[in-house]
Design a binder for this molecule. Structure first.
Ligand SMILES: O=C(NC/C=C/[C@H]1O[C@@H](n2cnc(C(F)(F)F)c2)[C@H](O)[C@@H]1O)c1cc([N+](=O)[O-])cc(O)c1O
Ligand SMILES: [Mg+2]
Length: 214
């Protein structure tokens, strides 16, 4: 039976990366996606911007929407301060199976809680289920038409506090026009665009960093 792309990506990690070395896992995935098969990881160029935001925020609590194969999960988790927690939501069980193994290979599983299901079901349950009060950082990288409704849902559920940072991938390509319009025009956010390129290509894309003002 045919393997899937996530399965082949995991194989490249297990073949080329060193267990317990997150950077080697990131390098193995980037090499695989540049030279063998493109995949929708945030990638190395936008990944550096993600790294700098994580280091600057030094968050105690992080929510990632859209685990996929765990590339950005590993990038974020490997830069968290001690005792910090990253909750990552994944809808597709087959992707979750791969992501758990990539996260374990990198040796960051102690900082990561991978939750399977839909954002609409899980966001309202974050406080009671995981003892989360608010998120210091949210990385949005899931279905592009869900960025705005899920941001409004996080506001309604009181999961954002004054100073919480939203970092959104793909605001140009594939694009999240309604989300962008909202965070750039709402008085409740201070937004900044980080111009970059779509992972592993020369196409323009970027990350939007938005501070919730409370
Ligand atoms: O479509 C893209 N990404 C969609 C990503 C979707 C991923 O997010 C998961 N999810 C869905 N809901 C949830 C949650 F969390 F809500 F439960 C998690 C899906 O199962 C999938 O793994 C994309 C496309 C391109 N591209 O160039 O086409 C480039 C990119 O960087 C991209 O991220
Ligand atoms: Mg993306």
């Amino acid at each position: 039976t045919q393997s899937t792309r996530p399965q082949r990506l995991l194989g490249a990690v297990q073949k080329n990366a060193t267990r317990g070395h997150p950077r080697s896992v990131i390098q193995a995935i980037d090499h695989f996606c540049r030279n063998k098969e493109w995949a929708m990881n945030v990638g190395d160029e936008k990944g550096c911007i993600l790294d700098s935001v994580v280091s600057e925020v030094s968050p105690a609590t992080v929510l990632e929407l859209g685990t996929y194969c765990g590339y950005s999960t590993v990038r974020i988790a490997s830069r968290l301060p001690p005792h910090a927690k990253l909750i990552t939501l994944e809808f597709n069980p087959e992707f979750a199976v791969i992501a758990r193994q990539v996260i374990a290979w990198a040796g960051v599983e102690d900082k990561v809680q991978l939750v399977e299901g839909a954002s609409g079901d899980w966001i309202p349950r974050m406080k009671e289920q995981f003892g989360v009060k608010t998120f210091d950082l949210v990385f949005l990288d899931h279905w592009k038409d869900r960025y705005l409704p899920d941001t409004k849902l996080m506001e309604e559920c009181g999961l954002l506090r004054k100073g919480s940072i939203l970092l959104a991938d793909n605001v140009i390509c594939p694009g999240t026009p309604d989300y962008l319009e909202y965070v750039r025009n709402s008085p409740r956010y201070e937004s900044q665009y980080f111009k970059s390129h779509l992972e592993y290509t020369k196409v323009e894309d970027g990350l939007e960093k938005s501070v919730f003002l409370g």
